[in-house]
Ligand binder design. Sequence first.
Ligand code: ATP
Length: 482
Amino acid sequence: VILRSNDCGTDWVAHSYSSDGEELFYINGNVVNKVAFCEALQLYIANGCDLKDYFGSNNCVMDGSFVNLPSMAGRKLLQKDSSSKSESQGVSKDVSPKVGLFAGGALLVCCAVLCPCIYGKKRKATAHAVLTKDPNSILDSASSFEANSVPEKVQVPASPLRVPPSPSRFSASPKLKRIESLHLNLNQIARATRNFSETLQIGEGGFGTVYKAQLEDGHVVAVKRAKREHFESLRTEFSSEVELLAKIDHRNLVKLLGYIEKGHERLLITEYVPNGTLREHLDGQRGKILDFNQRLEIAIDVAHGLTYLHLYAEKPIIHRDVKSSNILLTESMRAKVADFGFARIGPMNSDQTHISTKVKGTVGYLDPEYMKTYQLTTKSDVYSFGILLLEILTGRRPVELKKTVEERVTLRWAFRKFNEGRVVELVDPLMEEAVNSDVLMKMFDLAFQCAAPVRTDRPDMKAVGEQLWSIRADYFKNSRSN
Ligand SMILES: Nc1ncnc2c1ncn2[C@@H]1O[C@H](COP(=O)(O)OP(=O)(O)OP(=O)(O)O)[C@@H](O)[C@H]1O
């Protein structure tokens, strides 16, 4: 089996058997051990390379769980310029510059499923209402989900513990593009959007209006034009991190291409993703209803995008607004995580467990521990991912306002049914396919692990991706045997 990586340049990996049946693993023609081979594969995948079919075939699974590898090496190594390849871990030095950079952990975390507690606050308001919030009143707020409409974004005052961003550990990254590389100016964008013509509007969010624009070189991009009330938060919260976000390049993350700040205009230019949001697909607004396999693939894509942000970006990045309307789909139904408006750099030192910051995000997806303590970690994204996974499986929104009180909060409703063994009843009724109940149990179990009320009970995003891969393998095994 020779596997070429299209997305990761010319490196290739291969797997075969010797004449006496022993497994052999190669990276660029060099024999390596299985651990090094699997590390390389995992990091290929974490970097957005397309080796899924191979990886899904369980070649990197030993005794039912992924090989246990040293964790956290990947990000450190990704910062190095390609000349410093000798620091690769587990892969022999002369293997490949790129594969040499790949190393990472794969820890299958099996957390107990804890009864999820729901915290939230809802008010009739526009999507971006700013709330002033007493951190002690979070528990009370659960009941105020009643009688309201769309999820709203939340901001609360900063905690006095707020820590200023630490200086970059890896300031020089010569390989990475700088944001200026797009060289766009306001006039070009005005032309490309035909002066922000209504006919080119593709969406409206709390942040502003989104346009589809064709640049002079033919590239189609999305342009987000900020509303004036967000100028201040753009300046303080976002522009300092724009450069960092612009360096991120992963197939499951919407690429930020540029940011223009001039006069009364604040524009974000991003990759254009043509096939609508995950929420629109779940609502049946985009034609064919997603089948189970597509839902599983979307969950895996999102897990990969978030793993990249948490572990492999130049600095750990916390998205803070993971939700179905921020997942965009391509024509081939690949998912990309969008909307980095709230993204923050996470803890930089190993002795720092969290950063303290304002609570931001969308009600229904917000980590209750972060809401209570203002302590933000990558596990807040894991919580939101858990809620998203429930949405993907059930088709429901995190809060279903038209349902009875007992059924209103999807996490509570699903957890109760799950514990009663009624998992099949949880599945999106629009999806007609009958999915094996063991596979469903594992998916829901994973969603509840992610949405555990305490962050230490949640797996990290990398482990979530691995569990999804293993569920995918089970799903295919079951589909084949039926
Ligand atoms: N890069 C993109 N490519 C294609 N369509 C996009 C892109 N970004 C946004 N859109 C479209 O524009 C809509 C509004 O996006 P935006 O991110 O501003 O708001 P939102 O995420 O829906 O809401 P909010 O930001 O208030 O949470 C999206 O729902 C989507 O349909």
